[in-house]
Design a binder for this molecule. Structure first.
Ligand SMILES: [Fe+2]
Length: 194
C-alpha cells in the first residue's frame, strides 16, 4: 500500500501535530468517497482497494509541504515537484495542485473534486468536535454542523463557500456531504484521537 509511504513522507516533512491530524482527517474523508465511487462503478475488490489507497494518499500528501513551504508561491508546488521526482502518480499530483484555488489547475477528476470538497470540511468537523465538552467527534451531528456553518464567529478561518462549492463539485447535497465525512471521521476517531 502506498499510503504507508505517504504517511511516512507526511511525518518526515511535518512536525506539527495539528497539520498531521488535518492531513489524516482529509485522507479519511477522501477514502470514504473512494469507497462510494468504487461501489458506484461496481469495481472488484482489488480495484476498489487501489482506488481507496490513491484517494487516501492524496489526502495525506495534499499539505505535506505546507509546514516547510507555507507561502502560495511554494505550497503545493514544492511538494508536487518532489512527489513527481519520486514517481508518485499524476492523478495524485493533479488533485494536490487543484486543491489550491490559486494554482490555476481546476478540479476536474473525481479525485480532484473529492480532495477539494474534503479539505475545508474536515477542518470544520474537527473544530465542531473540539467545542464539545468531551471533544469527541462522536458527539457531532450533521444538523449541528450545518447550523454552525451559518455562525460567522465559529471557526472563522474555514471558508464556508469552499465547503459549499465542494459539495456542488461532487454533485451531492450539503447535508449528505457533511454526513459522508462525519461518519468516516467518527468510524476512525481512534486514529484521529478525536
Ligand atoms: Fe488541507
Amino acid at each position: 500500500m502506498r499510503r504507508e509511504q505517504a504517511l511516512q513522507l507526511l511525518e518526515e516533512w511535518t512536525a506539527g501535530e495539528s497539520l498531521r491530524k488535518h492531513c489524516l482527517s482529509v485522507s479519511i474523508c477522501c477514502e470514504a468517497y473512494a469507497r462510494l465511487e468504487a461501489a458506484r462503478l461496481q469495481l472488484p475488490q482489488h480495484a476498489a482497494d487501489e482506488l481507496a489507497d490513491t484517494y487516501a494518499c492524496a489526502g495525506l500528501l495534499h499539505d505535506f509541504d505546507y509546514e516547510k513551504h507555507p507561502t502560495p508561491d511554494q505550497h503545493p508546488f514544492v511538494g508536487v515537484a518532489y512527489l513527481r521526482e519520486h514517481g508518485w502518480p499524476d492523478e495524485i499530483l493533479h488533485a494536490i495542485l487543484a486543491h489550491a484555488d490559486y494554482s490555476g489547475v481546476e478540479p476536474a477528476t473525481h479525485l480532484d473534486r473529492t480532495l477539494f470538497a474534503c479539505d475545508e470540511l474536515a477542518g470544520f468537523l474537527t473544530a465542531a468536535a473540539l467545542v464539545k465538552p468531551t471533544k469527541a467527534i462522536a458527539e457531532v451531528e450533521v444538523k449541528g454542523v450545518i447550523k454552525k456553518m451559518k455562525e460567522k464567529g465559529f471557526a472563522r478561518a474555514v471558508k464556508r463557500e469552499d465547503i459549499a462549492r465542494g459539495a456542488e463539485l461532487l454533485g451531492v447535497p450539503l447535508d449528505q456531504h457533511v454526513g459522508v465525512c462525519l461518519t468516516a471521521m467518527q468510524e476512525r476517531a481512534g486514529e484521529l484521537r478525536l
